[in-house]
Write a protein of this length. Structure first.
Length: 240
């Protein structure tokens, strides 16, 4: 009995030192609110005239993310438990938000937008390192391809350069959109998701066709439709 008592006591003393990892699904639910503020902040900081609205939303993002960071800093979600410096990484968006807020108050709206982009890439890298397949990261993948194509479409672009752009990146753009379509979207607004995916597919096809023709005006117009479809998916509540 004496030995048994000692073993039990030793277990009770040792057991609390092993931190239990939290459920990643619960973490995904908890991140939805702060990430929704983050997405709104990104959208608002894309236009100078939205400065005052952006300040309010960035403040909400900072406060909301701080609550998330405090909850999980020392309670790493199970699928992220191998992440190096998790506490530092989960708190980083608060520092980024504060820096962006300073820029906004100084009237540097574009710089604030660029500052906020760090959060997107930090979360992306964290999930990639953990081997997590995320719909949001498929959306990020598409965003990268889309930015290359849209930035390549300028008023001065020659037909030849547009044709090269379409040949080089058109297929990549289409594939990345197809990956979003194939993702398991579990949101309540599945019909909206399907409609936005279909509109995006048509817009990409129109863009690629105009690039093949070297039509700058047509490509620019279709590019606007592609960006609208991307935003429609990016801002769905479940995409976080």
């Amino acid at each position: 009995m004496g030995m048994r008592f000692v073993v039990v006591c030793m277990f009770l003393c040792i057991a609390p030192s092993f931190a239990m990892a939290s459920d990643y699904k619960i973490f995904q639910q908890d991140i939805m609110e702060p990430y929704s503020f983050y997405k709104k902040a990104l959208a608002l900081t894309s236009k100078k005239e939205n400065k005052e609205k952006a300040i309010g939303v960035v403040e909400k993002f900072i406060n909301s993310w701080d609550v998330l960071a405090q909850k999980y800093a020392n309670d790493v979600p199970d699928q992220l438990k191998q992440t190096a410096d998790f506490e530092k990484k989960i708190k980083r968006p608060v520092a980024v938000g504060n820096k962006a807020l300073e820029m906004l108050r100084s009237g540097e709206v574009k710089k604030a937008h660029e500052q906020l982009e760090e959060v997107r890439y930090a979360l992306w890298q964290m999930r990639v390192d953990a081997g997590i397949v995320s719909l949001n990261d498929k959306i990020n993948d598409f965003h990268e391809a889309m930015e290359i194509v849209l930035n390549g479409i300028t008023e001065q672009a020659s037909p030849e350069s547009l044709q090269h752009l379409g040949k080089r990146y058109g297929g990549w753009l289409a594939i990345k959109w197809a990956e979003i379509k194939a993702a398991d979207y579990s949101g309540a607004d599945k019909d909206a998701f399907g409609l936005k995916i279909a509109n995006g597919h048509d817009a990409i096809a129109e863009l690629i066709e105009n690039l093949k023709k070297g039509d700058a005006a047509g490509a620019k117009k279709a590019g606007g439709k592609v960006k609208k479809s991307y935003k429609g998916i990016f801002f769905l509540p479940e995409c976080s």
